[in-house]
Design a protein around this ligand. Structure first.
Ligand SMILES: Nc1ncnc2c1ncn2[C@@H]1O[C@H](COP(=O)(O)OP(=O)(O)O)[C@@H](O)[C@H]1O
Ligand SMILES: [Mg+2]
Length: 310
C-alpha cells in the first residue's frame, strides 16, 4: 500500500481554478516531487491530503486513512510544512514549539536542539514579530523535530535565504537516505532534481506528466550538437540527410556550420561512423535538464491547446 494516495481529486473553485482529477501516490521510502508554478494547484492538493478541506470528488489518504475524517491522526504523525505560514497570535516561538510538540506522538529534545542549531533559529521572540524567513525556519523545525516517517512539504524553502535553502536540501537528502517518505511541492527545478525519485508536473490544476526522475537523467534518446569544419561539409551533411535513419536533424545553424541531431543510444556507433565521412570539429551531448523538460511540456501544452493534458 502506498503511504500517500491521491485518487481522482477534484476541487473546483470556479473560473477554471482548483484541481481536477488529480491522481498520484507516494510509496514508502520514496521522494516525490510535485512541480508547478504559482496557482497550479499544489497547495490545494496538499491541503486536501492534510484533511483541511473536503474534496468535491475523489479522495486522499495518508497511511490508508481518509484525510478529511482522520485529519487529527494524520497531523500527529506527519511532518508538515504549510505553503503559507499562519502562526497563532500571542505566542513566542518557544511556546509555539512546545504546543506543537505536545500534539505529536514522539518527543525528541536532543533532535529539537540540533535542528535549532542547524537552522540557526532563536525561537525566543514573539511569533508576530518574526520575519518570513524566521517563520519559515520555525515551520521547518516544527515539522522535523519529532522525526516523523512521512514529510509533506509545501514549497518549504520559500522565504529561506540561499545558504539556508542549501542546508535544507542537504537535510532532506539525508532524511531520504534514512528511509523517509517525502512529498515535496516546489517550483524550483534544482531542489526537486536533487532530492526526488519521481516527479509529477501540475498545470492549471491537472497533472500533465508523471515520470521517474532517472528516466529523464538516463534517457536513451539524446541530442548532440555537431559542428563541421567547412560550409561544404555542412551542406553535404544536410543534403545527405534524407537517406540516414540513425539520426534526425532537429536544428540547423547555417552561419555556425552546425546542426543538432537527435538519436538513440542504440545507433550511436552508426552515427559516429556516419560522421567520419565529414570533417567535424565539434561533437557535444546536449543534456536535457528537468527545466528543459518542464518548459517543453508547458510550451507544447500551449501550442496544442491542452492536448497533452491527461
Ligand atoms: N480557498 C480558495 N478559494 C478560491 N480559490 C482558491 C482557493 N484556494 C486556491 N484557490 C485557487 O486555486 C488555484 C490553485 O491554487 P494553489 O493550490 O494555491 O496553487 P499553488 O499552491 O500551486 O500555487 C489558484 O487559482 C487559486 O487562486
Ligand atoms: Mg502553494
Amino acid at each position: 500500500m502506498s503511504i500517500i494516495q491521491v485518487e481522482h481529486l477534484t476541487k473546483d473553485y470556479g473560473f477554471g481554478r482548483g484541481v481536477f482529477d488529480v491522481s498520484f501516490h507516494v510509496d514508502k521510502g520514496e521522494a516525490f516531487g510535485f512541480l508547478g508554478p504559482n496557482g497550479a494547484g499544489k497547495s490545494t492538493t496538499i491541503r486536501h491530503l492534510m484533511g483541511f478541506s473536503n474534496p468535491d470528488s475523489g479522495e486522499t489518504r495518508v497511511f490508508g486513512k481518509e484525510s478529511f475524517h482522520k485529519y487529527n491522526e494524520i497531523l500527529r504523525s506527519v511532518g508538515y510544512i504549510p505553503g503559507e505560514i499562519a502562526l497563532p497570535a500571542g505566542l513566542t516561538g518557544w511556546e509555539f514549539l512546545r504546543m506543537m510538540q505536545s500534539m505529536q506522538k514522539h518527543k525528541d529534545e536532543k533532535r529539537l536542539q540540533d535542528l535549532l542549531k542547524l537552522f540557526e533559529l532563536d525561537p525566543s521572540g514573539d511569533t508576530k514579530r518574526m520575519s518570513l524567513g524566521v517563520k519559515r525556519k520555525l515551520a521547518v523545525v516544527t515539522a522535523f523535530m519529532n522525526d516523523p516517517e512521512v514529510l509533506i512539504l509545501d514549497e518549504p524553502t520559500s522565504g529561506l535565504d540561499p545558504v539556508m535553502q542549501d542546508i535544507f536540501i542537504d537535510y532532506l537528502k539525508n532524511e531520504k537516505k534514512r528511509g523517509k517518505t517525502i512529498l515535496l511541492s516546489s517550483h524550483i527545478f534544482s531542489e526537486v532534481d536533487a532530492t526526488c525519485d519521481r516527479i509529477a508536473i501540475i498545470k492549471d490544476g491537472k497533472i500533465v506528466s508523471d515520470f521517474v526522475a532517472d528516466d529523464l537523467r538516463h534517457a536513451s534518446q539524446k541530442n548532440y550538437r555537431v559542428r563541421f569544419n567547412s560550409q561544404n561539409d555542412y551542406d553535404r551533411f544536410i543534403s545527405d540527410n534524407g537517406v540516414k535513419d540513425e539520426c534526425k536533424i532537429i536544428e540547423q545553424d547555417h552561419d555556425e556550420h552546425s546542426v543538432v541531431i537527435a538519436t538513440d543510444d542504440r545507433y550511436i556507433n552508426r552515427v559516429i561512423e556516419l560522421l567520419s565521412g565529414y570533417s567535424v570539429c565539434g561533437f557535444t551531448h546536449l543534456k536535457e535538464t528537468l527545466e528543459d523538460y518542464f518548459m517543453k511540456y508547458y510550451k507544447e501544452d500551449k501550442d496544442f491547446g491542452g492536448a497533452l493534458q491527461k
